[in-house]
Design a protein around this ligand. Structure first.
Ligand code: C5P
Length: 241
């Protein structure tokens, strides 16, 4: 069974804590991302940990190697279990993050391959921004994600963040134990909002996702507890077949 991480992407600490209280007892992890961390800082992380949750600190570090090394060391001191860096920060930055996590122990650093909000058209538009012609050999988000995952493995990372559509290809080249954490999860028929490459929780679980990050499918639901239970049910059903 994959671990389920609920993304507490809220504009206030009170809303985040209220949902954390409601969802207790389900064995979930919680994600503190940049919206909540910018407001609540380390205190909100400690509060959630004191409630018994494991915390995924998703700040997607992307800076010079020395700064990222320091940021990952700080995340380890805070006691979070998972954190993220952008793989496009390059080899030295990624290796610095791995070194900091290894020195601290207990913290796993995952590399973001390609944001699940980006489509093939967005990547083409990026090329144009850098002054290159759009061309048919520009890698698709999936190819880019697999290439970056292989680089991540070579740099010593234990896993990556990817779209659930890329799990099979990444596990095939990086190995079954290479961790795939997947956002872009929606219940069947749910609104996709800004995500372009989405999948249901059950399908992502059956493809081998190790961690499912789920935000608005739960947080924006009229009844988040019921939505959360539907997610868990979808996964159990998929894993039974
Ligand atoms: O609301 P939704 O389920 O789309 O939220 C997905 C969560 O996963 C957000 O917190 C977002 O920051 C995060 N995420 C993502 N794509 C990535 C990495 C993280 O959507 N590549």
């Amino acid at each position: 069974m994959p671990e389920i991480i609920v993304a507490l992407d809220y504009p206030s600490v009170e809303e985040a804590v209220a949902l954390a209280e409601k969802l207790q007892g389900r064995g979930l992890w919680l994600k503190v991302g940049m919206e909540l961390f910018t407001l609540g800082g380390p205190d909100i992380v400690r509060e959630l940990q004191n409630m018994g949750y494991k915390v995924f600190l998703d700040l997607k570090f992307h800076d010079i190697p020395n700064t990222v090394h320091g940021a990952v060391s700080s995340a380890a001191k805070l006691g979070v279990k998972l954190t993220t860096i952008h793989l496009c920060g390059g080899a030295e930055m990624c290796k610095a993050a791995v070194a900091a996590a290894t020195a601290a122990s207990g913290l796993t650093v995952l590399g973001v391959t390609v944001l699940t909000s980006l489509s093939a058209e967005d990547l083409q538009a990026d090329l144009a921004m850098y002054g290159f012609e759009a061309d048919p050999v520009t890698p698709s988000p999936a190819t880019l994600a697999v290439n970056r995952a292989m680089a991540a493995k070579n740099w010593g990372l234990k896993g990556i963040v990817c779209s659930p559509h890329e799990i099979e290809k990444i596990k095939a080249v990086c190995g079954e134990n290479f961790i795939c954490l997947t956002p872009g999860i929606r219940l069947a028929g749910g609104a996709t909002q800004d995500q372009k490459r989405v999948m249901t929780p059950g399908k992502a679980a059956s493809l081998g996702s190790d961690f499912l990050v789920i935000g608005r499918a739960i947080t924006a639901a009229a009844d988040p507890e019921t939505a959360c239970d539907k997610v868990l049910e979808d996964i159990y059903k998929a894993k039974l077949v």
